[in-house]
Design a binder for this molecule. Structure first.
Ligand SMILES: Cc1cc2nc3c(=O)[nH]c(=O)nc-3n(C[C@H](O)[C@H](O)[C@H](O)COP(=O)(O)OP(=O)(O)OC[C@H]3O[C@@H](n4cnc5c(N)ncnc54)[C@H](O)[C@@H]3O)c2cc1C
Length: 420
């Protein structure tokens, strides 16, 4: 193993930054190539900030096709696919439908558990090293339910699976839920409580990781766009960028929802859709919460972050379309008001909606590992709803791969070529 090898990481979102950091710690000479300016917004910035071992069921879960088809008809639904004449969308949708099987969940769930549990430990280490500069809170997560039917469903579905996998999950009634989160009045029948989940402030975490990476020796080329690739003899020999050709021994693709475009010209297929999500952050909320919450029936995430309170949700597969759809933002507010009777539209007045593009693979699993076609090209993308949670473990796994070690989590199901 030659630890002085150079690596170019394309993409400086949370996954690219964590990957660069762990590669630099491994002794690689790392350069991050990012088209945005330093400090620019990324998908993690406005995310819900969950570090969630409880998320053991992949997005492509059984029942999602039926539910998705119903939801497709309404742009107000939590999961919306905007029909378009785009063959990559239809291929993605077909692959997604193929993955919505109990067998896929059975195989994917232990892997998601392993990735998220390992990630939680890494966040703990990073918090200890940085004086908890990104406000990691190990307070657990409550999946709040408004109907007995949903509570039953969560208890017999998610909670049972989580417990089988060793992720503690407990069904509690409304009284206990209220006692665990006394900061706000809730209109619920009960909840599933995941005491092992955590949350953090992503707007603090991303710059902390950029600084940690820099301290570890990572070089940054901001405002530099990768436009193409040079290859020879089964290897990548360079990246063509807006500022010229850059070369390294190894290349890592960490361009999130744009990864499918990034590989253009490499004769690779990385099926990916941008899953747009919105969030609204109350700067001075009237309530002080301690835990992260999911408003289950409405698919809204609620997270206390320092003094602020964030509401996030919706998954809109409509390409990289920068339009804010007010009806989708309204659904987040409506969900919050349905669960928290004290909340009014006034509480959200003047709050500017944020949106980001989740990188969504068709089977709800990230792409991590080397491509078969090129000996020195590695993927680190496609983490969908768990990209913040999985960023540090992705970095560690990519460092394992590039250092020639057996990765500490089996990457067989995460092969980037699996849909080739
Ligand atoms: C509303 C919402 C809530 C969420 N909540 C959570 C949560 O609670 N927990 C969780 O774990 N995850 C959550 N997520 C998901 C998480 O935010 C994402 O999975 C994660 O941020 C993706 O990170 P990334 O680095 O892969 O992608 P990105 O942040 O999109 O980074 C990719 C980078 O690549 C750059 N790039 C693209 N193309 C090129 C090019 N050609 N040349 C150079 N640079 C390029 C882009 O500019 C970008 O900076 C949430 C997402 C949303 C939208």
């Amino acid at each position: 193993m030659n630890n002085a090898r150079s690596v170019i990481v394309v993409g400086g979102g949370v996954v690219g930054l964590c990957t660069a950091y762990y590669l630099a710690r491994e002794g690689f000479a790392v350069t991050v190539v990012e088209r945005s300016a330093e400090g620019a917004d990324s998908c993690a910035h406005g995310s819900a900030g969950y570090v969630s071992p409880s998320h053991v069921v992949p997005l492509s879960a059984p029942g999602m096709v039926k539910q998705g088809l119903k939801w497709m008809l309404s742009s107000r639904s939590p999961f919306y696919i905007k029909p378009r004449l785009d063959p990559t969308l239809w291929r993605w949708a077909w692959l997604f439908a193929q993955s919505c099987t109990p067998e896929h969940t059975r195989r994917a769930a232990p892997l998601l558990r392993d990735l998220c549990v390992a990630a939680r430990a890494l966040f703990g280490e990073l918090a200890a090293q940085t004086g908890n500069a990104f406000e990691l809170r190990r307070e657990g997560l409550l999946n709040l339910c408004q109907t007995e039917e949903m509570l039953e469903h969560e208890t017999h579905g998610l909670a049972r699976l989580a417990n089988e996998l060793g992720v503690e999950a407990r069904t509690i009634d409304a009284r206990e839920a209220g006692a665990l989160e006394p900061g706000i009045k809730m209109k619920v029948v009960g909840a599933v409580y995941f005491p092992g989940d955590a949350h953090l402030s992503p707007r603090k975490f991303v710059p902390v990781m950029a600084a940690r990476a820099r301290e570890a020796g990572v070089a940054f080329r901001w405002e530099t766009t990768v436009r193409g690739w040079a290859t020879a003899g089964g290897r990548v020999t360079g990246v063509a960028t807006s500022t010229g050709l850059l070369t390294a021994d190894e290349y890592v693709i960490a361009t999130g929802s744009w990864a499918g475009d990034t590989v253009t010209g490499l004769r690779l297929r990385v099926p990916m859709q941008a899953g747009k999500g919105y969030s609204l952050t109350l700067a001075r909320p009237r309530w002080q919460l301690t835990k992260s919450l999911i408003l289950t029936e409405r698919r809204v995430a609620v997270t206390p972050m320092g003094e602020t309170l964030r509401f996030g949700g919706t998954m809109e597969i409509s390409g990289h379309d920068g339009r804010v759809r007010p009806e989708r933002v309204e659904q987040i507010v409506a969900g919050a008001r349905a669960f928290f009777p004290e909340m009014t539209a006034e509480d959200f007045a003047g709050v500017k909606p944020w949106f980001g593009y989740r990188p969504v693979s068709p089977d709800g699993l990230p792409y991590i590992g080397r491509f078969g076609r090129y000996a020195n090209l590695t993927a680190a993308c496609g983490h969908a709803m768990l990209g913040l949670t999985m960023a540090p473990i992705t970095g560690v796994l990519v460092a394992d791969v590039l250092a020639g070690r057996a990765p500490r989590v089996d990457l067989a199901m995460l092969r980037p070529d699996r849909f080739a």
